[in-house]
Design a protein around this ligand. Structure first.
Ligand SMILES: Cc1cc2nc3c(=O)[nH]c(=O)nc-3n(C[C@H](O)[C@H](O)[C@H](O)COP(=O)(O)OP(=O)(O)OC[C@H]3O[C@@H](n4cnc5c(N)ncnc54)[C@H](O)[C@@H]3O)c2cc1C
Length: 489
């Protein structure tokens, strides 16, 4: 069996070398950088790496994989945090990084049409001369690709007001494994037919390859203010988040950092954060100058009422940027606190913030591992960073077990097991706790409709029914699994 799979890969590799003479990596050392994405605990050297430059070359790669029955894993910039771009040892890893052209910026229609390998931040940089920007801004925006953003339905600091990737993508070109090019979406607010455009957002490279993305651009706001508030307890900061939204204000961003995260970010970025508090909130307001000033006064009043012990308002761009620099560099900064950390991503209703943060603190004590919290509080999107040392026996396993308990807390609070980082391979088991068998079976039918042979990014995002039943996440009656017609992979 293994021999025939290997020879299929070899035959595919010969065909790939003919189709893309300067775009195939077979050398073991040169393939190594592709063995992992941002979830570095999981590694696998790909069978072969291909780097197409054009959509026609992407189509050729798909045709070769189809012909030789070889799995294919798409990859953008490899910053994903859930192992979505984890390679297949007997498969093709297709990097879309060379498809990096900005095809058109249309200031009149406020649209940008780009190839999938274009970096998120590069879109706003290109649109800036027209006074426009692209709103979804993952903290990784300097590196991550728009194709990866679509596949993960990525979020960021400003998604509280402007929505996730799915709310800002108006058109896609997608190549299916069958070789068809789908043109999805369009210039009008609604298009006839099923909303496959929305379906592609968050599809984690399992339904098709995104080869072109058209995004909505927004006018840069006339003014912005960033409020920095310090709180004596994490609970008070959490309550202030709910109170702000309940007051009817929609901040552009509302982020929370706890003591560990503040200290790490301040040492790293010198953002001017207070060091004598247990938590800070960063709240950005943007829009017309008068509107922003009025909203800032209201937020200030809410923060004071909820017990803020320090408050600062940044009004010019340099000061605002400095405050955000700390938040945006918090992930690498926390990396200095321990040899390793495990970044969780779950979402809860805002009203549950105080309770869930307290429970995470208790888990930290129970597992003997520190946690730094830095997250999109306005969205209820938690990012507990569990600190551990992989060189100490059992610590990685403890961190993983603690992460699972945190996700279970999110589901129990009425939330979800992923906020913006996707399921990948990391959250497969957690999906069994989130969904019942009927939903999971429907996901598999959907996958099969796009990719009947399961060649596109196999083994990601949707757990097999057998895996869930083994975990006890699916009811098995009298030894009979539900949905027997579906393959147990
Ligand atoms: C420091 C740091 C901070 C981060 N902050 C955020 C944040 O604030 N918000 C957030 O949402 N995420 C964040 N992330 C996670 C990550 O940056 C996002 O998930 C991002 O969208 C991944 O883009 P990528 O180009 O790196 O994709 P990759 O990691 O290469 O791939 C991600 C997934 O997309 C698929 N894929 C990639 N390109 C295509 C394509 N063209 N067609 C089909 N499928 C494709 C892959 O198969 C994989 O499943 C952060 C990551 C890091 C390391």
């Amino acid at each position: 069996m293994t021999r025939s799979i290997e020879s299929a890969l070899e035959r595919a590799t010969h065909a790939l070398l003919r189709a893309l003479p300067d775009g195939v990596i077979v050398d073991a050392a040169a393939k190594k950088p592709y063995e992992t994405d941002g979830l570095t605990a999981i590694r696998e050297v790909p069978g072969v790496v291909v780097l197409p430059r054009t959509t026609a070359q992407v189509a050729a790669v798909l045709a070769i994989c189809r012909e030789h029955d070889v799995p294919i894993v798409p990859r953008g910039a490899g910053t994903g945090l859930s192992g979505g771009a984890r390679p297949h040892a007997q498969g093709v890893l297709m990097s879309l990084a060379r498809l990096d052209r900005i095809l058109a910026i249309d200031p009149n229609r406020r649209l940008a049409r780009v190839e999938p390998g274009v970096r998120n931040l590069a879109i706003s940089e290109a649109a800036s001369r027209f006074g426009l920007f692209y709103a979804p801004d993952p903290s990784s925006q300097i590196a991550c690709s728009i194709g990866g953003n679509v596949a993960e339905n990525s979020g960021g600091v400003h998604c509280l007001k402007y929505g996730l990737t799915v709310h800002n993508v108006v058109g896609l070109k997608v190549l299916t494994i069958a070789g068809d090019e789908l043109a999805l979406g369009g210039a009008t607010l609604d298009t006839p037919g099923f909303d496959v455009l929305a379906l592609m957002n968050g599809s984690e490279g399992m339904l098709g390859i995104v080869t072109e993305v058209t995004v909505r651009l927004l006018p840069k706001p006339e003014a912005k203010r960033v409020l920095l508030a310090g709180f004596a307890t994490l609970a008070a900061a959490a309550r202030a988040v709910s109170a702000t939204i309940a007051s009817g204000i929609v901040p552009a961003g509302l982020e929370l950092m706890d003591r560990l995260a503040i200290r790490a970010a301040e040492a790293y970025a010198q953002a001017g954060y207070p060091l004598d508090v247990e938590a800070i909130l960063l709240c950005e307001l943007d829009g017309a100058r008068t509107e922003v000033d009025a909203a800032a006064a209201r937020v200030r009043a809410v923060f004071e009422r909820e017990g803020a012990v320090s408050l600062r308002v940044a009004t010019d761009d340099a000061e605002c940027d400095a405050l955000w620099r700390g938040r945006k560099s918090a992930f690498p900064a926390v990396g200095r606190l321990a040899p390793d950390y495990y970044c969780m991503d779950g979402t809860i209703p805002r009203a549950a913030l105080e309770r869930v943060l307290r429970a995470i603190g208790e888990l930290s004590g129970e597992f003997g591992l520190d946690v730094a919290n830095v997250f999109h509080a306005g969205d209820g999107n938690l990012h507990p960073l569990i600190l551990y040392d992989a060189n100490r026996s059992g610590e990685l396993e403890r961190a993983v077990a603690m992460g699972e308990r945190i996700l279970a807390l999110c589901v129990a609070a009425g939330g979800t097991v992923t906020g913006e980082h996707g399921v990948g391979v990391e959250k497969l088991d957690a999906m069994c706790g989130q969904f019942a068998s009927a939903e999971l079976a429907q996901f598999h039918r959907l996958k099969a409709a796009f990719d009947p042979d399961g060649l596109l990014n196999p083994g990601k995002a949707v757990p097999t029914l057998a895996r869930c039943s083994e975990l006890g996440g699916m009811h098995v009656h009298a030894g009979r699994l539900p949905f027997p017609e579906l393959e147990r992979l």
